[in-house]
Design a protein around this ligand. Structure first.
Ligand code: ZN
Length: 448
């Protein structure tokens, strides 16, 4: 995993290797700034040579992949063609907590509704008088945007980032040239088949059109079989799971679905309706794109089909971070097999000071103090316990108690009841939990 390097005045320099960082620290030329992501500061250097670094993002609903890539453009002396090669510098995965935010707001709404209505006989109905400002996003979606942007800003402070690249859409309708009219065969270039596939996945909601199966591999299927004169147009294509595809074979659809008239009608109607406004499929991604442009760095965008094409052509496994590496046009990739920093958005605490039992009655009260013996819930601590049941070293995220007996969330699980006297804070709580995912080959070795 690359180590971020800052100069004497905390300006970012090129990230270095772990070995180099270790040597610099041993010789006393550098000090540790933070543990996650690991950053050092050189005590004797002011400024230095930097190379262009690109930050690539693959925004997802639960997890956003982040990759830092150094790009080399080499000119082939014989053909004069530019070859774009990417060297992976750093990988990260940011896990959002949109689902928890949604659940918490739902429970708050439920309790407020009860409080407002329980003692009222009648109140005039009040509705249709709420407006939302333009560009408003639900809190769970806004959280996704905010955390992603805060990590972009953070990484900008740690590395000399010169450009940004984001996966903006699942498929590029412009690259497909009016998908409903032209079919697979009429598309230009190798990428077009991928774009059509992503388009169909979105149009048919990632389900088998015949049996409604989800989460299974889906095949592109001709509604009117080609052997009976069916065309390659997207309006004649649907998705089917392998068993359905095999069972249908080259039968005409009316014959295959003669016992299921409703399914037949639905498929025929859906096939004719083009997917309207592909851009609005993911409003959050567009909002992120607009906000990234506001950083002042050049921002490029590409489609999910391009990512998938790169991944399959270069034989790269699927993880969120490696998807971010594959975003955008790419000809060769070096050094992708490296550990990933897993970043999990956590909360900073709760306003509610009363714990409730499952019937809603008060069960206990939480303290109003956030810091106990100088330690706060969410801090990363090292506990060296000399004796007793929990003797040994424990490293992880701490949860404090007023009694001074803390719980530590380590990589192996929660260790309960560690005295504050043994705990040493190594990084203050910043709203995120961290873990390092090993490289894929290391993981395979561990499993074997
Ligand atoms: Zn099926």
């Amino acid at each position: 995993m690359a180590v971020f390097v800052l100069d004497k005045k905390k300006h970012p320099l090129m990230p270095c290797s772990e070995k180099r960082a270790r040597l610099l620290l041993e010789r006393g030329r550098a000090v540790v700034v933070r543990l996650h992501p690991f950053t050092i500061r050189l005590k004797d250097r002011l400024g230095g040579e930097t190379q262009p670094l690109r930050l690539q993002l693959d925004p997802g609903s639960r997890t956003t992949g982040i990759a830092l890539v150094r790009e080399d453009e080499t000119l082939d002396p014989d053909t004069g063609e530019v070859r774009r090669e990417a060297h992976v510098v750093w990988l990260g995965e940011l896990t959002h907590r949109g689902a928890q935010i949604r659940d918490r707001l739902a429970s708050r709404r439920a309790s407020r509704r009860r409080r407002r209505t329980q003692n009222l006989r009648h109140r005039a109905p009040r509705f249709l008088n709420r407006t939302k400002p333009q560009g408003w996003l639900a809190p769970s979606l806004r959280h996704r945007l905010d955390t992603t942007l805060s990590w972009v800003a953070r990484l900008q402070r740690l590395a000399p980032i010169t450009s940004l690249h984001q996966e903006l859409v699942r498929f590029d309708t412009q690259a497909m040239q009016n998908p409903e009219i032209s079919g697979i065969d009429y598309q230009q270039g190798e990428l077009a088949g991928y774009e059509v596939r992503e388009y169909l996945l979105e149009k048919w909601h990632r389900t088998c059109a015949y049996c409604g199966a989800q989460g299974v591999p889906l095949q592109i299927e001709h509604i009117q079989p080609k052997s009976r004169g069916g065309s390659n147009r997207v309006s004649n294509l649907t998705l089917a799971c392998a068993p359905c595809n095999e069972r249908k074979g080259s039968q005409p659809i009316e014959h295959f679905l003669k016992d299921k008239p409703t399914v037949l009608h639905r498929i025929q109607a859906q096939a004719k309706t083009p997917l309207r406004d592909a851009a609005a499929v993911n409003a959050t991604r567009w909002a992120l794109f607009e906000r990234l442009k506001a950083t002042g760095l050049p921002v490029a965008s590409s489609s999910g089909a391009q990512t998938k094409y790169n991944r399959q052509r270069l034989g790269i496994p699927k993880t969120h971070a490696l998807d971010a590496v594959c975003v955008g046009p790419l000809e060769a990739l070096h050094g992708w097999n490296r550990p990933t920093l897993a970043i999990k958005a956590t909360w900073r605490g709760s306003y509610q000071r009363t714990r409730l039992d499952r019937f809603g009655f008060p069960r206990g009260y939480l303290t109003r103090r956030k810091r106990i013996h100088g330690v706060q819930t969410g801090d990363r601590v090292v506990a060296e316990v000399p004796s007793g049941k929990h003797a040994g070293n424990h490293v992880g995220r701490v949860a404090v108690r007023k009694t001074g007996s803390f719980n530590i969330q380590t990589a192996r699980g929660v260790v309960q009841g560690i005295s504050h006297r043994h705990c040493r804070v190594v990084q203050r709580a910043d709203g995120y939990g961290y873990a390092i995912h090993p490289t894929l080959t290391e993981e395979a070795r561990r499993v074997a």
